[in-house]
Design a protein around this ligand. Structure first.
Ligand SMILES: Cc1cc2nc3c(=O)[nH]c(=O)nc-3n(C[C@H](O)[C@H](O)[C@H](O)COP(=O)(O)OP(=O)(O)OC[C@H]3O[C@@H](n4cnc5c(N)ncnc54)[C@H](O)[C@@H]3O)c2cc1C
Ligand code: FES
Ligand code: FES
Length: 467
């Protein structure tokens, strides 16, 4: 905070880096100083006095996975699953997403729907700001240049059902439009409270209070929900852009509002048919299943590259080996691995976190090395595809890729393998659909996904090969 006070707008805070590093890579931001806050104790999560308290450094994947978050505030895991890809969710933080304030981002919309409060701190003291007052315009917030978001307090809304619906052009893209809805019913089955927030329709996340008011005190009939959606649509005037027209955004906002409201009505209370399967979160089935090891226990990274933080803090720890290396400020891990150390099994594709070619495991989680500052990876366990080799032999998953014709090019395969291994480590009995969802953020331009899925499934089943 002293550095931020001294350097003001010339300093930039680094949290997950998933918005800041692309800006640095494209020279759209050229701060004199980057202040890495990852060492600060801002990652705690607790439920206390009717509120969920989240540190600003809570990662997107923690919002997805931590049971205390899911139990108290089910909207947060549901929106977190829609953010970018698995690598973005490994590093991206709640505080970073709120401070960045992209109007199409899911978390700003969610905290506006949840009536959260943010704690902002500077060298001069602390203050709290309501989520609805925090966002002031396009990529703009109430944060002063010397202030940090340190914590987010979310009132727990017991008895309220939540749902989010969004439309994006491609899995992992920012939403064109997203809607978060919350509904609670009184004992007579009438709407007691309703929340509606939207992203992608204005320069900041919006609360649709008139539509909320139209629901309170009424039965949540199909007609009532349709009327609320119409009110939302009527009051919006979204901009057109290179992707879609303003008129299309308005239309989407109405359709998604109706769907989100229908799903948010607490179980057993709806007076209209609930869309089939819509309330089942993507990963619920496998999360409920006890963890069972696959026949081949080979999903673990090799012992020397175990996902523990290395005690050695002076350089990079790559495939279990400490490497002393000079790192320039602003250099990405990808640049240092390839250009400085000549580790070419890490590939460069898009350079902006989308394709997955540059995937490495950092402390056991997949990250885009093109969006990770090398300095921020110091002393952490970095695993590249070469690190899977054991005594000159391929890893069994690599062998399965070879057997099933899944090694289609050298660019995508390393990222596919590392992402799969990290996923199977936590979900060893994953189904084809679950593997497909886990690999959504690894793009193959030749569209040969079927063989990749065949290979992974054969490995999961422990098939020993069919020649
Ligand atoms: C390929 C890709 C796809 C993505 N898709 C989506 C998506 O679908 N939906 C979505 O919502 N997001 C998406 N994102 C963005 C992602 O969610 C980012 O993680 C998030 O916007 C920024 O969080 P961060 O922790 O990475 O912040 P950083 O990138 O580290 O920082 C972002 C900004 O916030 C400031 N900042 C960070 N933390 C603080 C703090 N505690 N206090 C004050 N200022 C702070 C930084 O100085 C910087 O200006 C995507 C990103 C990528 C690369
Ligand atoms: S995700 Fe890093 S190069 Fe494409
Ligand atoms: S595997 Fe690389 S383009 Fe398909």
């Amino acid at each position: 905070m002293a550095l931020l006070r001294e350097h003001g707008a010339e300093a930039k805070v680094l949290a997950g880096g998933q918005s800041l590093v692309p800006l640095l890579n494209y020279r759209l931001a050229r701060p004199r100083l980057v202040v890495d806050i990852n060492g600060l104790p801002l990652a705690g999560v607790r439920v206390e006095n009717g509120s969920l308290h989240l540190g600003a450094l809570t990662r997107h994947h923690e919002l997805e996975d931590l049971s205390e978050i899911g139990r108290s505030t089910p909207l947060l895991p549901e929106v977190a699953r829609l953010i970018g890809n698995v690598r973005v969710r490994s590093l991206g933080t709640l505080g970073g997403s709120l401070a960045h304030a992209d109007p199409a981002a899911e978390l700003p919309m969610a905290i506006v729907a949840l009536d959260a409060r943010l704690t902002l701190a500077s060298a001069s003291g602390r203050r709290t700001v309501a989520a609805r007052e925090f966002f002031t315009g396009y990529l703009s917030t109430a944060l002063g240049a010397d202030e940090l978001v340190t914590a987010i307090e979310v009132p727990v809304t017991e008895g309220m059902g939540w749902a989010v619906e969004e439309f994006a052009r491609r899995a992992g893209d920012f939403a064109v439009v997203a809607v978060a809805a919350g509904v609670s019913l009184d004992r007579r089955g009438r709407v007691d409270d309703a929340r509606l927030a939207l992203a992608g329709v204005a320069d900041r996340p919006l609360r649709a209070t008139a539509a909320e008011d139209s629901l309170r005190g009424h039965e949540p009939s199909g007609e009532r929900l349709a009327r609320a959606a119409e009110i939302v649509r009527e009051r919006l005037d979204p901009q057109s852009d290179a992707f879609v027209s303003g008129a299309y955004r308005r239309l989407l906002a109405g359709v998604l509002t109706r769907r989100a409201l229908a799903r948010a009505i607490p179980e057993g209370e709806t007076s209209q048919p609930r869309p089939q399967g819509a309330t089942v979160p993507l990963l619920s089935a496998q999360l409920a299943r006890p963890a069972v090891s696959p026949r081949r226990p080979a999903a673990s990274p090799p012992p020397e590259a175990s996902p523990q933080r290395s005690a050695w803090g002076g350089g990079l720890v790559i495939n279990g080996r400490a490497r002393e290396v000079d790192v320039r400020p602003g250099q990405t891990l990808l640049e240092v691995l390839r250009d400085t150390l000549g580790i070419f099994d890490v590939k460069e594709g898009c350079g902006e976190g989308v394709c997955g070619a540059c995937t490495v495991l950092l402390d056991g989680r997949p990250v885009s090395s093109c969006l990770t500052l090398a300095a921020a990876a110091r002393g952490r366990a970095i695993l590249t595809i070469r690190g899977l080799e054991r005594e000159g032999r391929l890893h069994p998953l690599q062998e399965a890729f070879v057997r099933h014709g899944a090694v289609q090019c050298g660019f995508c395969t390393p990222g596919m393998l590392l992402t799969t291994l990290a996923f199977l480590e936590r979900h060893p009995r994953a189904s084809r659909e679950e593997v497909r969802a886990a690999l959504e953020g690894n793009l193959c331009r030749c569209t040969g996904y079927a063989k990749i899925l065949d290979a992974v499934l054969a490995y999961v089943r422990g098939d020993d090969g069919d020649g």
